[in-house]
Design a protein around this ligand. Sequence first.
Ligand code: S3P
Length: 210
Amino acid sequence: MSGSPIARLYNHPNAMRSNRTIPQDRARIVLVGFMGAGKSTVGPILAERLGWRFADSDHHLQARAGMAIAELFSTVGEAHFRRMEAEAVAELHREGGLVLALGGGAIESEATRSLLARSSDTFVVFLKAPLKVLIERCENQPDAAVRPVLRQRDTLAERFQARLPHYERAHLTVETKGLSAEAVADSILDSLLQAKPEPHAAAALTTDLL
Ligand code: S3P
């Protein structure tokens, strides 16, 4: 795997020393953040640059359930939706060489939080922006799928605050306000470049981001 894209990133001469090991062939990047964070826009750019596959947990869940997110939400209720979402995430998370965008509320699931925390070969990246900016971005996406949680305006700020500590457990946080999707992808790749392999473990990756 020494020639894999992530290995090349980690072999960058400017890399810094770090202390966690990631098996190269199973590495993946998971993008988390509130609705409008840019996960589904930045993800494909990142995947293309790494030569990896991009997957979106919302799309996977919709395909699995055979219905749109909003329909699923109203048919089975939010609690059941979260369980189905956690299963969809767990299924996708088995893949390596993957950039995975999670639905904004996926980290509400304890199972998903624990999956991400336990995985030593996953980089979790939080795409951060102020709530006002996130709402504006969502409103400027007239073709986006209906987001039931976005419609619950009275509880939106509370939900945002409750999710923040979970998002902030990511290995890397990128402030996205004012940045293009390309610039956010560059910033993630630049951060990955700051790590290098342990000299005695050629097949392993290490990083101080974890
Ligand atoms: C949700 C976010 C949506 C989607 C669903 C619920 C949420 O995904 O999963 O509408 O609870 O924040 P995006 O973050 O991709 O919009």
